[in-house]
Design a protein around this ligand. Structure first.
Ligand code: MN
Length: 330
């Protein structure tokens, strides 16, 4: 049984940050730019205020190569080097404690030791697993929630912090395609702080190993369109097998869904990524009406309306069958 605390105001969250001397900031496992960027932006601001800061995530063991340009202050430490003694634990972009992977135990440990756990997030499915919660499910990115907190704290935006926030916002909005006018204004503010948008874009999605091309060639060749699936709106899917992943990074594997989702004849796109033999991490994307967060939830996962995921064990066909069934629920 878990206890849920009510949501915390911006003012109270900022107060929590002001009073901390040692803080651990965690992103979710397999961090993306929003999770790690938000964690590093908050961590950098707190380091500047004199706190001892560690930023980490449950897996992988090192910072994904394409995200290393975000950690200019060297705040990231391996999960094994996270001290259990911090008086404040902040989680960024984590909808549940399980998303912390091997570090999930830090939540009850911190609370048991009398510390606070501040959950900063934008997932509608957030389970409110901390002691304090700053969650805006309408925010396009956790980085936007983090920025509000930094503004409340009175932090001056320098380029490294602005870069982290910009990276999170840019990726979570599909390079501003799904960004509101307000978010464009925030992006302008971040660019005004010195962010090099071209360099961020190149680091995150424009600098891929040559092996990416042959991986794409195999994986896209196996893509299938099922017009009758998803209530007749269409499903397009493919799988990235372990044997396809030779010579590419996880970043390249994660990029496949952004190509597959462009299929006009399909409302829903699914990419099965083989994490271990027969163990799959599945990315789901929807174009308009389908709520893939709900579909993912039925399969034990979660996420957002248009971007969600779940994990599954079995053959590709078995996983797809479960997905077809979950998509068929009206
Ligand atoms: Mn996010």
């Amino acid at each position: 049984m878990s206890i849920t605390w009510p949501d915390t105001g911006l003012c109270d969250a900022a107060e929590l940050l002001r009073g901390t001397a040692e803080v651990t900031v965690l992103a979710h496992v397999q961090p993306d730019a929003d999770a790690l960027g938000s964690a590093l932006a908050l961590g950098s601001a707190l380091r500047r205020r004199g706190a001892v800061v560690r930023v980490s995530f449950g897996a992988p063991d090192t910072v994904p190569e394409s995200l290393r340009f975000l950690d200019t202050a060297g705040l990231c430490v391996p999960a094994t080097a996270v001290a259990p003694t911090a008086d404040l634990l902040i989680t960024a972009d984590c909808a549940s404690a399980e998303r912390l992977g091997v570090l999930a135990g830090l939540v009850p440990a911190t609370i048991a030791a009398g510390g606070s756990v501040l959950v900063v997030d934008h997932h509608v499915s957030n389970t409110r697993f901390g002691t304090h919660h700053l969650i805006d499910e309408h925010a396009e990115a956790t980085a936007l929630v983090a920025l509000r907190l930094l503004d409340e704290l009175g932090v001056a935006l320098d380029e490294p912090i602005a870069r982290c926030l910009y990276a999170g916002i840019a990726t979570d909005t599909g390079w501003f395609r799904r960004a509101s006018p307000e978010v464009h204004l925030i992006a302008a503010r971040l660019l005004g702080a010195g962010v090099d948008a071209v360099a961020v874009g190149r680091a995150l999605s424009g600098a891929r190993p040559f092996a990416w091309l042959s991986m794409l060639s195999s994986v896209l060749d196996r893509a299938r369109l099922e017009p009758a699936a998803a209530g007749g709106l269409g499903l397009v899917h493919t799988a990235v097998r372990l044997s396809d992943m030779v010579g590419v990074r996880m970043e390249e594997v994660e990029s496949v869904v952004d190509i597959v989702r462009a299929t006009a004849e399909a409302e829903v796109a699914a990419v099965l990524k083989e994490m271990a033999p027969g163990r799959w991490s599945v990315s789901l994307r929807a174009t308009s009406v389908t709520d893939v967060a709900e579909v993912a939830r039925r399969l034990g996962g979660g996420g957002h309306r248009q971007a969600a995921g779940f994990t599954a064990v079995g053959s590709v066909e078995e996983v797809l069958d479960r997905l077809r069934t979950a998509l068929a629920v009206p």
